[in-house]
Design a binder for this molecule. Structure first.
Ligand code: PLP
Length: 367
């Protein structure tokens, strides 16, 4: 286990990740392959550890956003198929080929800029833009052109075709249906279909069982988080969150009425108050907007008071606690729980963003 010398850490429950993957696979037709999306350091959970757990649980491959992330996984000894979902530079394609990393072709000109040494093979997935408006080919003509380029080269292997839904996490399904129809139209226009055809993120995997494709790309729900609160009741099983954030009181003191806390001296004790200091701050991703947010100590909710500093923040305690007492900022303590969604709401964002922005200064501990 990694050594660290501070009293704040994130605990990652790899069994929860395995369980979420296994339960998802049970929901799918046995012919459907699951790719685990481990981009952005596995949504802040730790890419290598999550990748290994997902593969043990039955994932057939991994997906990342950038070539750098794929190379890191390869360097760690992971041998499974890896797909780079985002745009790679054509001049870096040889690196992908050398490391058996599959790349995404997202525009018509990309392949014409690729030069590979004889004997190197580049695995290619074609990305179709069916309504996300991000990257990808839009028409049958573009698709035919790229498929033809692949066909005419000894260096290119047509491994997959995919698209990405913009609204699979919303109760209304019209837009998803439109995108799917467009995707099917594009796929059906190919004379030869590649082995991997995929369109589903977590929401579409769990709600539409992969939407008739033979591969799915599972991200957020592998981490035990619902793609959106709106569709939580529509999911086939209760996910198990894998990420919790913990700290310990490093300093406890009693303030007199009128004494102040933190920068700006904006918080003032109205009576004799116990204040505890936690060694976590905005440089850990625990941003100033979280002032007022509760943390769990002794199984109870207690608020952060005063401005959050770069490395520390202060909590109002109902009584004296010893330094070293555990504080849970995300996760469960006793009967109380602070969910990723609660933090997301406070920060006016989505649950996806929260573990991603807990910075690398917070050690990840695997349980
Ligand atoms: N596929 C692509 C192309 C993505 O960009 C993402 C994540 O943003 C995913 C799959 C995984 O989505 P989710 O985390 O909603 O399962």
């Amino acid at each position: 286990m990694m050594e660290f010398y501070r009293d704040t850490w994130a605990e990652i429950d790899l069994d929860a990740i395995k369980w979420n993957v296994e339960k998802t696979i049970e929901e799918l037709d046995p012919s459907v392959a699951l790719f685990a999306v481990v981009k952005a350091n596995a949504y802040g959970h730790g890419d290598v550890q999550v990748a290994r757990s997902a593969l043990q649980a039955g994932a057939k491959g991994l997906a990342v956003a950038f070539l750098d992330e794929a190379l890191k996984l390869r360097a760690s000894g992971i041998d499974a198929p890896i797909l780079v979902l985002g745009a790679s530079r054509p001049e870096d394609a040889h690196l992908a080929a050398e490391h058996r990393i599959s790349v995404t072709v997202h525009d018509e000109d990309w392949l014409s800029k690729v030069y590979l040494k004889k004997g190197l093979l580049l695995n290619i997935h074609i990305k179709c833009d069916t309504g996300m408006g991000r990257i990808g080919l839009k028409t049958k003509e573009e698709l035919r052109h790229v498929a033809g380029q692949i066909d005419q080269s000894d260096s290119f292997v047509f491994e997959g075709i995919f698209t990405h839904f913009a609204t699979a996490d919303e109760p209304e399904t019209n837009y998803v249906e439109k995108q799917l129809e467009h995707f099917q139209h594009l796929v059906n226009s190919l004379s030869v279909k590649p082995p991997f055809v995929h369109c589903s993120n977590s929401a579409a995997t769990l709600r539409f069982k992969g939407a008739g494709c033979n591969t799915v790309r599972l991200g957020i729900s592998m981490y035990g988080l619902t793609p959106s609160t709106d569709i939580a009741p529509l999911l086939p099983f209760q996910l198990k969150p894998a990420f919790s954030l913990k700290s310990k009181l490093v300093h406890v003191k009693k303030l007199k009425p009128g004494e102040k806390v933190s920068y700006g001296a904006t918080y003032e004790a109205s009576e004799y108050e116990w204040i505890g200091t936690l060694p976590i701050g905005y440089a850990d991703g625990w941003i100033r907007k979280l002032e007022g947010q509760d943390v769990l100590i002794d199984g109870r909710r207690m608020p952060i008071v005063g401005r959050i500093c770069m490395d520390q923040c202060m909590v109002r305690l109902p009584k004296e606690y010893k330094t070293g007492t555990l504080a849970t900022l995300i996760g469960r303590q006793g009967n109380e729980e602070i969910t990723m969604e609660e933090i997301a709401e406070k920060r006016e964002t989505i649950n996806y963003e929260i573990p991603c922005v807990i910075t690398s200064r917070v050690p990840r501990v695997y349980i």
